[in-house]
Design a protein. Structure first.
Length: 276
């Protein structure tokens, strides 16, 4: 794995394909995650996808190895989408599949519309949307939680509350992992030296939402949607609504840990169907 940096964004290149391969799969992680914790959690180990496709993972600004910027607007999904497209441009690939989990899902959809609006729709080969986040009617309640966390961080209360924040029995039991997915993300972030990004990161997320429903109907590329049930932070209502809005999409909802373990294989098969 090679680490490169462009525009303050760290790219973890795991490219086992020939240099002249014309497609790339650009992957964006979730809030407070990074490329390393994605793999450590066991949720995205990329056993199949990495072997068969040109996978380009990167750390969103303020996350992992990427640099911190102080403005909340930099962490809004519209700002993160610009970073994603800069990463895609850096690959030199003629066509890209954009994908991500949670925040990365919002980033991917926003970036896809940016390509369409700029007249570069032909560059977009497909989308992979994993655990779509709260959106539209369900977004305000989640935004309030982010703002509360930002306030607690400002009052320097986050470290003392960390055990409570990371206790999510639904996710832990569902994934059947040694550590809950959310616990790994928070531990990674709170142990980093970039705590100054915490406030703008949370406020940027609180100010973000998925694009307008009518706009999303313009995205007619093949799209794979993966979600799990009973996760209020990533409600299946969003995943199902995206299935309705995106004209060329398919959806798979998991309700057991073994189904989640199949996500990498499903993504690999989807990319293969696109001849990526």
């Amino acid at each position: 794995m090679a680490l490169q940096t462009i525009n303050n964004i760290a790219l973890n290149l795991t490219d086992n394909r020939p240099d002249d391969h014309q497609h790339a799969f650009i992957w964006a992680h979730g809030l407070m995650f990074c490329s390393a914790s994605d793999v450590e959690s066991g949720l995205f180990a990329w056993k199949y996808t990495e072997q068969n496709h040109r996978l380009v993972r990167y750390d969103a600004r303020g996350h992992g190895e990427s640099e911190v910027t102080p403005l909340a607007e930099d962490y809004q999904w519209a700002g993160l989408a610009k970073d994603m497209l800069a990463v895609a441009e850096q690959t030199g690939a003629k066509r890209v599949v954009l994908g991500g989990a949670s925040m990365g899902c919002g980033t991917s959809l926003t970036a896809a519309l940016d390509l369409i609006h700029s007249g570069e729709k032909e560059k977009l080969a497909g989308l992979v949307l994993v655990i779509p986040p709260t959106s539209w009617k369900t977004r305000p309640a989640q935004a309030r939680k982010y703002k509360l966390l930002a306030l607690l961080n400002k009052l320097k209360l986050i470290p003392s509350l960390l055990p409570t924040l990371t206790k999510n029995k639904v996710i832990a039991g569902f994934l059947n992992k040694s550590m809950p997915y959310c616990e790994i993300s928070l531990q990674h972030y709170m142990s980093s030296h970039k705590k100054e990004a915490y406030h703008p990161m949370l406020m940027g997320s609180a100010q973000s939402d998925l694009p307008d429903e009518e706009e999303l109907k313009k995205i007619d590329v093949p799209t794979l949607i993966l979600g799990w049930t009973e996760d209020v932070s990533h409600p299946v209502s969003t995943a199902k609504k995206l299935r309705e809005l995106l004209p060329n999409s398919e959806i798979h909802l998991a309700n057991q840990a073994r189904h989640v373990d199949q996500w990498d294989q499903q993504i690999n098969e989807f990319l293969t169907s696109l001849k990526c």
